[in-house]
Design a protein around this ligand. Structure first.
Ligand SMILES: NC(=O)C1=CN([C@@H]2O[C@H](COP(=O)(O)OP(=O)(O)OC[C@H]3O[C@@H](n4cnc5c(N)ncnc54)[C@H](OP(=O)(O)O)[C@@H]3O)[C@@H](O)[C@H]2O)C=CC1
Ligand SMILES: O=C(CO)COP(=O)(O)O
Length: 429
């Protein structure tokens, strides 16, 4: 399927003129074979010196074929072991680029890490890149930001989207099931991300776009209907999941940031990824997001039950947990970065009276998030990860995560707002 990009750009009822930086997305069986024909078209015909960034596994999955299809392409094949989107990975690609002939277009062949490393260098070198995803594992393929672990701090860095995506559903359907389940977790995470966006909009008027929200809810419905097909290896189901993940990336382009794709569940996932947590875990991004969704969604539903009974008081003011940040992030520089992210206190934009006034609307938004058992059932269908224990953490990590994760980004989420209520300490345990 050729995704019709005109559906996502242009004037919108939200008041913005949405602009996309990706020209074209091809998602179909055998898409790789179309590479030579596509590269003969404008604007791709203008590029003459391609360099592929891949690793050992993704070279086998698709890189080999891409190498045969793009004459003269130079190859940067990274070692798979311990490869991360961090300062070490960035330097490895930089060193390889310095040793090769000047390139005017990069080609990312791989999953999330390879794409973030490639987009980082495309941005730095001011050259475009083409995306060849090898697994439906993340929604970051057409993202404009690189999600990097930079000296231990998980942060979003400005980068670029690919100009073209060539997603071969045959390659994607053959990726390990664990990667597919991880992609399902990343997409399901949009339930809490959207709830956070809608609640914040309600309380402080932050920009929101109904069209983007509807696009994401549609992708979630389609994913629910595709879970059985994913389990059975049906190509159509893989195309549906990949389409949803790409759509989420387009939503980020339309908004200009990751607001529609990343809320409390992602903040939890990022928190667990930070080096300072001390407990080494080796889960994929979407696995962590799926567990983040189960925890954050569960906490939101507990809050809704207090709200429904009217059993709550709202505080006049809420401070950032600076003491807790200091205890958790003992590395001074990291601690300072996180404190800087929270200055000024974003909760100053939330007026306690309005929080009380909007109770009914908040309950309605929370009810759009499936209950934890339903999410677990969905993840179970694709063999996904569902709990802190499966990630390799002790259950006590839940409370620590709920208290600190909301502060690792400068974004208001309902998990952060919850501190206004007197029932906060009971529901995060
Ligand atoms: N920029 C953005 O907006 C976003 C970025 N991200 C980032 O993406 C990263 C996670 O990416 P994710 O895709 O989960 O995982 P990774 O890219 O880190 O790793 C995936 C693993 O699967 C292997 N692999 C990929 N495709 C195939 C295939 N077809 N067959 C066999 N093996 C395969 C890779 O091989 P190998 O070991 O050789 O690499 C790698 O081991 C994180 O850093 C996350 O922060 C996530 C979401 C959004
Ligand atoms: O992972 C992402 C979307 O899936 C990007 O999120 P952040 O902007 O929180 O890094």
């Amino acid at each position: 399927m050729n995704i019709d990009m005109t559906k996502f750009s242009g004037k919108c009822s939200c008041g913005r003129n949405h602009k996309l930086t990706v020209n074209e997305i091809i998602l179909e069986e055998g898409a790789l074979q179309r590479i030579p024909e596509i590269l003969q078209k404008d604007p791709y015909i203008g590029y003459h010196s391609f360099a592929m960034v891949c690793d050992e596994n993704t070279y086998e999955a698709a890189g080999k074929e891409v190498e045969a299809l793009i004459k003269g392409i130079q190859i940067i094949k990274l070692e798979s072991e311990n490869l991360h989107a961090n300062e070490v990975g960035v330097n490895k690609v930089r060193e390889a680029l310095e040793q090769m002939k000047e390139t005017d277009c990069l080609v990312a062949v791989g999953s999330g890490t390879i794409h973030d490393l490639t987009r980082y260098h495309a941005y730095e070198k001011k050259i475009p890149f083409i995306s060849v995803p090898t697994a439906a594992s993340v929604d970051g393929y057409v993202s404009t930001v690189a999600a990097m672990s930079w000296y231990g701090f998980k942060k979003s860095m400005i980068a670029v989207s690919p100009i073209l995506v060539i997603a071969d559903s045959q390659v994607i359907a053959q990726a390990p099931m664990r990667l597919t389940a991880s992609g399902a977790g990343d997409l399901l995470g949009k339930y809490t991300a959207l709830a956070d966006w809608k609640i914040t909009h309600l309380l402080n008027g932050e920009y929101i776009c109904d069209r983007i929200c509807s696009m994401e809810y549609e992708a979630l419905d389609n994913l629910k209907n595709s879970l059985e097909g994913l389990k059975n290896g049906e190509i159509a189901a893989y195309e549906e999941l990949m389409y949803g993940l790409l759509l989420s990336g387009l939503a980020m382009q339309m908004t200009g940031n990751s607001r529609p794709a990343s809320g409390a569940e992602h903040h939890m996932a990022h928190f667990w990824e930070m080096a300072v947590i001390n407990e080494e875990i080796s889960a994929y991004h979407g696995e962590k997001v799926g567990v983040g969704l189960i925890l954050a969604g569960g906490i939101y539903h507990k809050a809704a039950s207090y709200l429904k009974k009217g059993e709550f008081c709202i505080k006049d003011h809420v401070d950032v947990e600076t003491g807790l940040i200091e205890v958790t992030f003992r590395d001074r520089e990291l601690c300072e970065s996180i404190k800087k992210t929270n200055d000024p206190n974003l909760l100053d934009s939330i007026h306690p009276d309005l929080l009380s006034e909007k109770t009914k609307e908040i309950i309605k938004i929370i009810e759009e998030i499936p209950e934890a058992e339903e999410i677990e059932d969905m993840l179970r269908k694709v063999g996904g990860v569902k709990s802190l224990e499966e990630l390799g953490f002790d259950p006590s990590m839940k409370e620590k995560t709920a208290r600190i994760a909301p502060y690792i980004r400068d974004r208001v989420t309902y998990l952060r707002i919850l501190k206004f209520y007197d029932f906060y300490d009971q529901i995060i345990k």
